[in-house]
Design a protein around this ligand. Structure first.
Ligand SMILES: NC(=O)c1ccc[n+]([C@@H]2O[C@H](COP(=O)([O-])OP(=O)(O)OC[C@H]3O[C@@H](n4cnc5c(N)ncnc54)[C@H](O)[C@@H]3O)[C@@H](O)[C@H]2O)c1
Length: 302
């Protein structure tokens, strides 16, 4: 099977460099018309220049592809709506949205300024929400859409100095879970990508040998799989250095203790059983938790 994007229209945010640039180049090389968005600022989100997106558009065009540049900040909903309209005006539809734009404002939580927390949430979570909201009516109307969130191992598992970033990145997984459910009947699939790549964002974090192994190109296949017609939905796909994994949010079988004065003590004594992973499930929606709990309560009464 060839992962073909002929006739598809894709928007990639933060595509002026790093992973986003690779995503845009790959989608265009496989036939998609690509709107290349980038604010063109620094890693901490300061500044901005339209030249970053334009340079990638020039690269795509030089290779024979079709692309448009856009310099909107994903934090600005009106500008994001105009960006989506730009793609629709030029190409009539939007099939793929890759929410890739991002910044860092790292500090230990004790030293973190709340303004830096809010800005990181604004770019990663609200930026993704703005873009999803702007493409949603188009995807609903055409009964087709593929949305790729960019989450992070920091969001999934934590990392020192990245409380703001981790919270914002896992929030994108939360957004994915419900949008995938709401989008299902419109043929909209929503997935999340957790990349590891050598970019300006991770410069200085890894020793040179590790940095060299983590080419951003090595992440692109996971994005293409999640953005393609054949994509799954509600998957969290991890990718780096040519290795591909999945992350799952699971629910254990748990134990039923009922209601009573000594339940706190019982739970403390049997916590290992409540958290035992034997037979855990990956719920298809949030209702699975209540179903499990009430099911066990009713079974205990019988
Ligand atoms: N590099 C990694 O190992 C890694 C790991 C996990 C997640 N990520 C995520 O991958 C994505 C790409 O990161 P990268 O490593 O390529 O870093 P990068 O800094 O090269 O790319 C981020 C891009 O987003 C753009 N951007 C920032 N704020 C924007 C805004 N408000 N509006 C529009 N564009 C904006 C930047 O100008 C930049 O080009 C980010 O969401 C990042 O959090 C990266």
């Amino acid at each position: 099977m060839t992962l073909d994007f002929q006739g598809r229209v894709a928007i990639v945010t933060g595509a002026g460099g790093g992973l986003g640039r690779q995503h845009a180049l790959a989608l265009a090389a496989r036939g998609a018309k690509v709107l290349v968005n980038d604010l063109g600022g620094a890693v901490d989100g300061s500044g901005g220049a339209a030249t970053a997106a334009q340079a990638v558009v020039d690269e795509i065009r030089a290779a024979g592809g079709e692309a448009l540049a856009n310099g909107a900040s994903v934090t600005d909903f009106a500008a994001v709506q105009a960006m989506v309209q730009q793609a629709v005006d030029a190409w009539g539809r939007v099939d793929v949205l890759v929410n890739n734009a991002g910044i860092l404002r790292d500090k230990s939580f004790a030293k973190m300024d709340m303004a830096d927390f809010a800005l990181v949430v604004q770019v990663h979570l609200m930026g993704a929400a703005h873009c999803c909201k702007a493409v949603w009516p188009h995807m609903q109307a055409q009964n087709y859409g593929r949305i790729v969130m960019t989450t992070s191992s920091t969001g999934l598992y934590g990392n020192f100095g990245q409380a703001n970033y981790g919270a914002a990145k896992l929030a994108q997984v939360g957004l994915m879970q419900t949008l995938a459910i709401e989008g299902a009947k419109y043929g909209i699939h929503v997935n999340a990508l957790a990349p590891t790549a050598a970019t300006r964002m991770t410069e200085g974090l890894f020793p040179q040998e590790v940095f060299d192994a983590l080419q951003p190109e090595a992440v692109v296949p996971a994005m293409l799989v999640l953005a393609h017609e054949s994509a799954p939905t509600r998957a969290i796909l991890c990718a780096g250095a040519g290795t591909f994994e999945a992350a799952h949010i699971t629910l254990t079988q748990g134990i039923h203790l009922g209601i009573g004065a000594d339940v706190p003590e019982q739970l403390a004594a049997r916590l290992a059983e409540a958290t035992d992973r034997t037979g855990e499930q990956v719920p298809q929606s949030g209702s699975a938790q209540g179903t499990n709990e009430v099911g066990k309560a009713l079974a205990a009464r019988r």
